[in-house]
Design a binder for this molecule. Sequence first.
Ligand code: NAD
Length: 467
Amino acid sequence: MTGQAALRTFAEREGATFEVRNPANGDLVGQVANMGAAELDAAVARAKAAFPAWSAQGDAALQQACRAVCAEIADHSEELARLITLEQGKPLNGLGSRWEMGGTLAWARYTSELSLSPRLLQDDSQGRVALHRRPLGVVGSITPWNFPVMIAIWHLMPALRTGNTVVIKPSPHTPLATARLVEIINKVLPEGVLNLVTGDDRGFNLGGAMAAHADIRKIVFTGSCATGQKVMRSAADTMKRLTLELGGNDAGIVLPDADPAAIAEGLFWGAFLNNGQTCAAMKRLYVHASIHDAVCDALTAYARTVPVGDGLDEASRLGPVQNRMQFDKLCRLVADAGQRGRVLLGGAPAEGLFFRPTLIAGLTNGDALVDEEQFGPALPIIRYDSVDEAIALANDSPDGLGGSVWSADIAAAREVAARLECGSVWLNKHGAIQPNAPFGGRKASGLGVEFAEEGLNEYTDIQVIFG
Ligand code: NAD
């Protein structure tokens, strides 16, 4: 073997896996296969081969199979929670990885019990018309790093429940828990129904290749707006079905009659759930001038009580930021905001990837921390004078994922909610999604919805039989 050939072989072997490190301390958590086009083709071929038998087995059998999947996940819940904490960084406790596993099971179970029955549109002397829902074939699932197991389940369960087979690609930042989830689920599924592909996004563009693949009929994608747009472009030639759950820049509006002390805890977790690395977290807070200072004081006082540390420490309620790129973005936005506004709490990076909860007042639309999705533990607070002004500022965004209104007067809050240009609005809470309510973005925040019957529909094509 020539020297150059040896070097090449070594480089290829090096590229055959990539490392996953614990964001709390940089320790190696595991190695994952760095796959290319051949591995993707093989995974899609397995899924395609498994589709005819899987989809033909009938609704009751599909439901039974999904229930068996739920039982396996329940048996491995703690193991998966620990793996999420190790690679994602969120704490085991509080609204952390055990909570993520609780959500995972709730969604898996609820989706298993849903059913799409045929609908008779007409049955009279003029004729019979029946609407059926047909599975699509191979579904490609592409997931982000913030809730690696729960979001995987949001994609997998409706796909499997409706008779599709799946190829899933987790984020290169958090592939281990998803890989283990797939292994666990595959104990009870037939060969080829659920397949995993992994890659590090540096060489071969695995997600892009999935979006363009001729034998994948749908992509369900959760991630940033920029990548979602790329998926949409790559998917055009094969006319794929798409569900795109993208970024958000959710506004919260505190009306003048709200009680600052009563809402402080809800405001905090609405913004800082998962360290703010949550699609539908509150990312801008608009507070009426009459209670602005009192809300700032109450929020700051509550934020000071939240323990930040290594996620494996049972006392931690927030962990590190998940990755360097996200951390650097946060540092840039907070440094800029610190010069324009008034730092109430935090305001500077701590050790490693840790960044303590940061609250910055005195900002307005046009400031980067207000306009951009920070996706991290820093909340801008904006003072407003009239409710019309607050609604205009909240809607002044290309995104439209979620929003919230905080008030003692629920009727008044509902009126404000109706005027917000976003897919979900919560009253006196933020981000509380649930499996029986469709969830999706308006404007640039996405296409289609997940959850409930509306979400299930997205894994099917309509077929109407006349006669
Ligand atoms: P990202 O867009 O960087 O990556 C998401 C996934 O896309 C990863 O698996 C990545 O490997 C893959 N990918 C990269 N390039 C691709 C390409 N060209 N084609 C197809 N796939 C490709 O997002 P992220 O940083 O992992 O997650 C953070 C973002 O996700 C935030 O904007 C957040 O708001 C959003 N998010 C949205 C929701 C929601 O439900 N709306 C939920 C969670 C996160």
